[in-house]
Design a protein. Structure first.
Lengths: 166, 154
């Protein structure tokens, strides 16, 4: 067990534990706060996979943007702490069957049935941002511009919905 | 051999250790004699009233929404900014068109006034102008309206 394994298990534990608290806590503010650690742990896992650009995007967009948006959404709700979150346990037996089926497929077919290949390399992984930029300018230039138009549509749509009616 | 992300990880570890050690050490050293007043939330000496969770104004949400969209835009611009020099003018134009399209959205928001704060409208009380009479002004017992008038003239 080398240092990378330890770091991997650390980030995996952070992700899983905080995700568990996101789902189970009754206070919606604590839930949003735990989501921070979930996003952060996932970013750490991306780094360990060598996807450095995705990791930075994860921090920038999810932690820096979407989490802020969720927190504002929480703050905008009328009652924050006293709200009764209705999460009763209904339909236990069908739920157990469904979860067992899904977990069985995941474990026996996907997890055990896949030939996992790991490439041993001593070469440090190069940054992917430069290669991504090259692809955006050459092969995927149309998609790049279409993304700009998509963002424009989102921008105008969001502003129109959020605008106060006069 | 430490990679760049390894250095960041060391920083994160140090930050976490710093906080834990500081809190634990101070817990060991300090005397703990809590009273009811000490345990109150500190609010500049006042007794706290009501819940600290207040409802935010909707305009913060709109700004956060616009910020998120430009955040995504920056994410797409980073790789372009690293690579565009290798492709000369055409590489530059790719990003320029992208920025132009989003600038259009920015201009739209600006024109529509979505970037403006919804400021509260202030209506100051209007004081009716009275004819300024010297004899009245010379009187010591001038009433309130006239003192205001005199202040304005000074």
């Amino acid at each position: 067990m080398n240092i990378y394994d330890i770091v991997f298990y650390l980030f995996a534990a952070i992700t899983l534990v905080s995700a568990f608290f996101v789902v189970t806590t009754r206070n919606i503010v604590y839930s949003a706060f735990n989501l921070l650690f979930t996003f952060f742990g996932v970013a750490g896992l991306y780094v360990l996979l060598g996807a450095d650009f995705v990791a930075v995007v994860q921090i920038m967009v999810y932690v820096g943007g979407i989490l802020i948006l969720i927190l504002f959404g929480v703050m905008l709700t009328n009652k924050i702490t006293n709200v009764q979150i209705k999460t009763g346990t209904l339909q236990v037996i069908p739920a157990v069957i469904g979860v067992l089926l899904l977990a069985g497929v995941l474990i026996f077919k996907v997890f055990l049935g896949t030939e996992w290949k790991s490439v041993k390399t001593d070469i440090p992984v190069k940054t992917t941002a430069f290669a991504l930029g090259k692809l955006l300018i050459t092969d995927y230039v149309l998609i790049f511009e279409l993304l700009g138009i998509l963002l424009l549509v989102v921008l105008i749509g969001a502003a129109t919905i959020a605008r106060r009616e006069k | 051999m430490l990679t760049e992300f390894g250095k960041i990880f060391v920083f994160i570890l140090l930050a976490a250790v710093f906080v834990v050690v500081a809190i634990f050490a101070s817990k060991l050293i300090r005397p703990a004699r809590p009273t009811k007043e000490k345990l109150l939330t500190y609010e500049c000496g006042e007794n706290p009233e009501g819940s600290p969770w207040i409802k935010f104004n909707i305009r913060f949400y709109v700004v956060a929404l616009i910020f998120l969209i430009f955040d995504v835009e920056v994410v797409l611009l980073f790789p372009w900014a690293l690579a565009y020099k290798d492709y000369g003018l055409s590489g530059f134009l790719v990003g320029a068109i992208f920025l132009l399209v989003l600038g259009l959205g920015m201009a739209y928001e600006w024109r529509k006034g979505d970037l403006e704060w919804a400021r509260p409208v202030i209506n100051p009380p209007v004081i009716k102008k009275q004819p300024y009479v010297k004899e009245v002004a010379s009187q010591i017992s001038a009433d309130d309206n006239q003192t205001v008038l005199q202040d304005q003239e000074i």
